[in-house]
Design a protein around this ligand. Structure first.
Ligand code: ADP
Length: 166
């Protein structure tokens, strides 16, 4: 069984992430999307909300499973009995960090390799951070995220804006 893990924050999932998920899932028997529960970052969405959105938008891909994890990616990959880590490269700015991460992970476990996908050109500039910022100022995010996710972002952002006014 060829199994890969696509780890990330996915706060929230974008069309760029989804494109990588579809392409990676076509290469392996099973792709596990691992949603990182990272204490160092304060996310807009809870880990459960991020998992639920991913489940919603990957329902059409039968060999994709979504799970949350905390701690080191390599430990999660091993616990899934997987051999590959999937990551996306948007631009040269991603490259240095991603190369360092891939080499670190391989030095921790020689049995694990990282597969890089270059992003689809039309999504190369999209990041979860940019999407949140555009939404915060009332811009149109429908080109950046799947429709159901856009609804969740709008609701969450207006919730936060109301909280901040009180
Ligand atoms: P992290 O916090 O680990 O960077 P992200 O959720 O931002 O998590 O990204 C997870 C992975 O998806 C990374 O490999 C990142 O480069 C990739 N990625 C992010 N945005 C896009 C995009 N627009 N197109 C393709 N890949 C992307």
């Amino acid at each position: 069984m060829k199994r890969a893990v696509y780890p990330g924050s996915f706060d929230p999932v974008t069309k760029g992430h989804l494109d990588i998920i579809e392409r990676a899932a076509a290469l392996v028997d099973e792709l596990i999307v691992g949603v990182l529960n990272n204490n160092a970052k304060i996310p807009l969405f809870s880990v459960e909300e991020r998992v639920n959105m991913l489940v919603e938008v990957t329902g059409h891909i039968p060999n994709v499973r979504v799970e949350s994890f905390s701690g080191l990616s390599v430990d999660f990959v091993k616990s899934c009995d997987a051999r590959f880590i999937v990551r996306g490269l948007r631009a040269v700015t991603d490259f240095e960090y991603e190369l360092q991460m891939a080499q670190t992970n391989r030095s921790i476990d020689r049995g694990i390799d990282t597969l890089f996908f270059t992003t689809a050109l039309q999504y190369a500039y999209i990041s979860s951070t940019i999407v949140k910022e555009v939404a915060y100022y009332g811009g149109d995010i429908s080109g950046f995220v799947p429709e159901s996710v856009a609804g969740h972002i709008r609701r969450k952002v207006s919730e936060k804006q109301r909280e901040n006014k009180v």
